[in-house]
Write a protein of this length. Structure first.
Length: 103
């Protein structure tokens, strides 16, 4: 397999989609919502299969984290959030409640 430089969010998203993580998620209130299927999930209904952190080269506000998520209904997708001071408080709170985290 060809080695891929995984230092940009766009590159990682493209590679992770090849692994079947094709849905996009967002946190809405206390739920994780699939933008593809409109299914709602609680923290105990998902696992984080992978996560990647990106740091802005010139501006720390550009820092982000991408989660590759698998749900209890076998839906696979991604959630992107800011990192550090750029993090969305609702997303950060939700992700802290997820118990199953892999790398």
């Amino acid at each position: 397999m060809e080695k891929v430089n995984m230092d940009s969010l766009v590159t990682v998203l493209a590679e992770i989609e090849k692994l079947g993580f094709t849905s996009q998620f967002e946190v809405n209130g206390k739920n994780l919502v699939s933008l593809k299927t409109d299914h709602h999930f609680m923290p105990d209904q998902i696992k984080i299969a992978h996560f990647y952190r990106f740091e802005g080269e010139s501006n720390p506000e550009d820092s982000s984290i991408m989660y590759a998520i698998e749900t209890n209904s076998n839906e696979k997708g991604t959630l992107v959030d800011g990192y550090g001071t750029a993090a969305d408080p609702a997303t950060a709170d939700f992700m802290r409640k997820v118990n199953e985290i892999h790398k």
